[in-house]
Ligand binder design. Structure first.
Ligand SMILES: [Zn+2]
Length: 246
């Protein structure tokens, strides 16, 4: 079964600008996923064909159907895994194909499986009715005026719930309870899996960690700041909460 094919040059996706444009090019690396999706990477100096625009995935998002963009991100994550696991991390020998999607070291027998970096994002609320508020924070990397739910990477040995409690305590200085799973998003920058939760404030005053955040505040729904764009689960969580009147 052959499914859609996504061609990358470095971090840039080759996006046809006209229907029927052929992307039949010589690839350096090709990964064929079980559902038929084909991910391929061309040489850094390969000329970009006519009728094709080379765009980073963020810039490609508004130009693509969301489901197609998600597939392109999946293709990118597999290519990134291939590119980053060519040698054994224990003894530096070149890895060989192993069972299934794994790679195996012929020298020391180590087997590596495709992996991703798991992170949580948590939308925290407090209060009832018109006084219901959301805790949102600003990283210095955000566009001016944008606030978002806090997020952070799961550490080895942690459950996702433990990650939520640790990140909220570290970044905001508060405690939460009543965690509810919201949903998840593969996040191809470069190999993330974002897992979304909602939670209620338990106690503590907001004290944003200055190493990570430049501000954090409680916002009512009538007085929201600029929110993240529709590319990410951060916005999906906010839209769901606001649409429910929650
Ligand atoms: Zn090895």
């Amino acid at each position: 079964m052959t499914g859609p094919r996504f061609t990358f040059q470095g971090d840039r996706l080759w996006l046809p600008t006209a229907p029927g444009t052929s992307l039949d090019v010589a690839a350096e690396t090709q990964v064929r996923l079980p559902e038929g999706l084909v991910a391929q990477r061309v040489a850094p100096d390969a000329p970009v064909p006519d009728g094709v625009e080379a765009l980073g995935l963020r810039d490609a998002f508004p130009r693509m159907d969301p489901a197609e963009w998600t597939q392109a991100g999946r293709a990118y994550q597999w290519l990134a895994w291939e590119a980053g696991h060519r040698f054994c991390g224990a003894c530096q020998a070149a890895l060989e194909p192993g069972e299934g999607a794994s790679r195996r070291c012929p020298a020391c027998g180590r087997v590596v499986f495709p992996s991703n970096s798991t992170a949580i994002i948590v939308l925290i609320q407090r209060g009832e009715g018109p006084r219901r508020e959301l805790a949102l924070a600003r990283s210095p990397h955000f566009k001016p005026g944008v606030y978002s739910p806090v997020a952070g990477f799961a550490e080895p040995g942690e459950s996702l719930e433990q990650t939520v409690h640790r990140e909220v305590a570290e970044e905001l200085g508060i405690r939460v309870h009543r965690l509810r799973y919201f949903g998840s998003q593969a996040w191809p920058f470069p190999n993330g899996l974002m897992v979304g939760f909602r939670a209620e404030h338990l106690d503590g005053e907001l004290r944003p960690d200055p190493a990570e955040l430049e501000d954090a505040r409680w916002f009512t729904r009538d007085d929201l700041p600029l929110l993240p764009g529709p590319i990410s689960i951060a916005r999906w969580m906010l839209d769901a909460a606001l649409a429910e009147g929650d």
